[in-house]
Design a protein around this ligand. Structure first.
Ligand SMILES: [Zn+2]
Length: 355
């Protein structure tokens, strides 16, 4: 009797396992199909032509509305107008954004406003890829009002990305994206050149992971940093001869927005390492969008015009000071974020060990 019962249980159990197995294989197949389909769906190209004035106005509206009943989202504002202009912000009028903001403040949702705009989804996704992580809450140190030798932490909401040029260092730039370059093969300029003095501290624009660090025959000493959401790859090139970047930095390290990563220089255009072959000292600053890993390399790369972004970031400069012990420039006011892994810190000397 007991044996028969056990046999029955075994039979039911086996049937159960079989059904589960069939189920799993069915879903596994489906998952595979979905992956294959979604590979065709990612954005293949972005021509980022949002004007400085539009970004400036949308950013201010977003920040000003943080405690209001209707919280405005600057990326939504820009994506709505971008859809209306077919991406061409030469058509931008400040009045258009006022009209949109009024509609939103009067209770019409962005979903209602965009339900008949076929391309809104594309512009929202494209502009989110560029600007989506630029604004949010963060904590930063500021000078203590009562004692200027001390620093205190304050909570803020706003731009949490920085200009690549440290505070107090001069630079000049113009929109040079797409200009032709003659070194090597004929190619176009895929970034913005910030002309300044050799040794100017270069800071990380956004928090991210160092993906490339070393010599490249075009960029010279260069650093490539990937945003933590993997959407943006920041490229900082032509760094200083002999001491191009903060010595302790390694590939794989996490750096925070506003951290000093290296120094402006004139290296590059040489197969040989550590050679100054650039005429005018400058930082080449570039931003690549990555919707799919296949876009990381060669022909599928999407580099956007960052001139207007660099201009926007000028309002957010990281203050730095020279540290004689480490012989590096270091940020003065530290920053913290929620849900972001700790930055990687290496020490030049062994930390003191308790006896
Ligand atoms: Zn350049």
């Amino acid at each position: 009797m007991i044996i028969r019962l056990k046999f029955k249980v075994l039979l039911i159990f086996s049937a159960f396992i079989l059904i589960i197995g069939l189920y799993l294989s069915f879903f596994a197949d489906n998952a595979h199909v979905v992956t294959a389909d979604s590979n065709k769906d990612f954005i293949k190209w972005v021509d980022f032509r949002v004007s400085y004035d539009a970004m400036d106005k949308a950013l201010k509206a977003d920040i000003a509305s943080v405690d209001e009943d209707v919280k405005l989202n600057w990326v939504e504002l820009l994506a709505y107008l971008g859809t209306r202009y077919g991406g061409d912000f030469a058509r931008y009028k400040s009045k258009d954004m006022d009209v949109l903001i009024n509609k939103l403040k009067n209770g019409t949702s962005i979903e209602e406003l965009t339900k008949d705009l076929k391309h809104y989804g594309y512009y929202f996704e494209a502009y989110s890829a560029v600007l989506g992580n630029f604004v949010g809450p963060y904590e930063i140190q500021v000078k203590d009002e009562n004692d200027s030798s001390k620093k205190v932490w304050v909570k803020k909401y706003g731009l949490k990305v920085f200009s690549p040029i440290a505070a107090g260092y001069g630079y000049s730039h113009y929109d040079d994206f797409g200009n032709s370059r003659s070194y090597g093969f004929r190619r176009v300029h895929l970034g913005n050149d910030l002309v300044g003095s050799v040794g100017t501290p270069i800071v990380a624009v956004e928090t991210g992971r160092i993906e490339a660090l070393g010599w490249n025959q075009y960029g010279g000493w260069r650093i490539g940093i990937r945003s933590l959401d993997n959407m943006r790859y920041y490229y900082y090139a032509h760094l200083r001869k002999d001491h191009p970047y903060v010595k302790t930095l390694k590939e794989g390290d996490i750096v925070y927005a506003g951290d000093v990563i290296g120094y402006l220089g004139m290296t590059g255009y040489s197969r040989k390492e550590n050679v100054n072959n650039i005429n005018t000292p400058h930082l080449h600053f570039g931003m690549q969008l990555v919707f799919d890993e296949s876009q990381k390399e060669a022909l599928a790369e999407i580099w956007i015009d960052v001139y207007k972004i660099a201009k926007l970031l000028n309002r957010s400069r990281s203050s730095v000071a020279y540290n004689k012990d480490t012989q590096e420039s270091e940020r003065i006011y530290d920053i913290r974020f929620h849900n972001v892994p700790e930055r990687t810190l290496h020490y030049n000397t062994e930390p003191a060990v308790a006896p």
